[in-house]
Design a protein around this ligand. Structure first.
Ligand SMILES: [Zn+2]
Ligand SMILES: [Zn+2]
Length: 148
């Protein structure tokens, strides 16, 4: 692409990202490609906070990301990604599990698939799949940034 930036457009085949210099520049990206570009360029914020384990009742750290939160500052359309967190984007999950000992690959018999999840630091119990948080700032204890 040229010196322009990608903007979200609604085309014949649904939404896509097109260069801001269209029609001079016809560069386009599919939405998943745009998201990946964004992560490669800016990294992704990983949020960590404390949760009481449902099993042993002790406090354990849990980690997740709220990609929609950063992306929706690029374009409000990304707020539709609301609710996407640990277990949903495999490349981020893999990095997270390499950096955080309590984020582990788990197997679900019901779903018949592997997925990444937070486990309790003390007893190893799985701490749920998704965390619904409206504003990540509500839960920030500390913030680390992983660059892909
Ligand atoms: Zn361009
Ligand atoms: Zn526990």
């Amino acid at each position: 692409m040229c010196e322009g930036h990608y903007v979200i457009r609604d085309g014949k085949y649904g939404i896509f990202a097109g260069c801001s210099h269209y029609p001079v520049c016809k560069s386009t990206l599919k939405i998943p490609e745009l998201v990946y570009e964004f992560i490669r360029k800016y990294g992704v914020n990983i949020y960590q906070w404390q949760k009481q384990c449902w099993k042993c009742q002790q406090e354990t750290p849990v980690y997740s990301y709220y990609l929609y939160y950063e992306l929706s500052e690029l374009d409000p359309i990304f707020s539709v990604l609301h609710g996407i967190g640990v277990g949903d984007i495999s490349s981020i999950d893999r990095l997270l599990s390499l950096n955080v000992p309590t984020v582990k690959m788990k197997y679900s018999k019901t779903l018949n698939e592997h997925y990444m999840a937070n486990v309790c630091l003390h007893c190893g119990a799985i701490q749920g799949h998704n965390y619904v948080v409206t504003d990540p700032h509500e839960i920030i204890n500390s913030l680390c940034i992983i660059m892909i």
